[in-house]
Design a protein around this ligand. Structure first.
Ligand code: GRF
Length: 213
């Protein structure tokens, strides 16, 4: 059984996608054992509560240093024996202590085709605003392993989404979530749970078969 910890900060639609894929059997032998929000009162916590998933708020501003924040997160996910940590709309930065403790066991969903429209300050609606300002014809979403830099770890999956002439940042964000994020995040978790992801330097290779075959 893959024990999954999910980090959230907002609406939790990506968390919802994972919950639903577990419930419909697409994600076998996976269980979300804890949801941690960087902020209180976000809808992601309500989503978790409706499915009986233990929740916690661990907020960066409650800790005097990034190291102390990392230690609180490490203690929490170690207590829950998380085998994979998923950043699903998570807006706080974590430090090298946390990343190295769970090396190659933290993944993030980013709402653009990395390396475009990513890095510090590119979160939520902003990547979509920048994509429209630039005039790209295609954008999308990326799932990647988390390393010490923003949005720069080895890429696991990407999915492209056409930009429409009449798109606003809001309509584009919604379509990227519906047509890309909510599909590739569960798929990446499935591949991880089956032991089919092999990291070779910057590249992630997907093996045809995994630990269950
Ligand atoms: C999504 O666009 C996600 O890609 C980004 O934050 C937005 C909200 O995610 N990281 P969620 O609805 O909280 O999962």
């Amino acid at each position: 059984m893959l024990r999954i910890g999910v980090l959230v900060s907002g609406g939790g639609t990506n968390l919802q996608a994972i919950i639903e894929r577990i419930e419909d059997g697409y994600l076998k032998d996976c269980s979300i054992v804890t949801v941690v929000s960087s902020r209180p009162g976000v809808y992601a916590l309500e989503r978790a509560g409706k499915h009986g998933i233990p929740c916690e708020v661990i907020s960066r501003k409650s800790y005097s240093s990034l190291d102390d924040y990392d230690k609180a997160l490490i203690e929490h996910f170690t207590k829950y024996n998380a085998g994979l940590i998923v950043m699903a709309g998570f807006l706080s930065m974590v430090g090298t202590l946390f990343v190295n403790t769970f090396k190659n066991r933290i993944i993030n969903i980013h709402p653009s085709l990395i390396p475009s429209f990513c890095g510090k300050g590119y979160y939520g609606i902003i990547p979509h605003q920048k994509a429209l300002e630039y005039g790209v014809k295609v954008t999308g979403a990326t799932v990647h392993f988390v390393n010490e830099e923003y949005d720069s770890g080895p890429i696991i999956l990407q999915k492209a989404v056409q930009v429409r002439d009449d798109d606003t940042p809001e309509t584009l964000q919604r379509r990227v979530m519906e047509e890309a994020e909510w599909l590739i995040l569960p798929e990446a978790i499935k591949l991880f749970s089956e032991g089919r992801l092999v990291i070779e330097g910057r590249k992630v290779k997907i093996k045809e078969s995994g630990i269950n075959d």
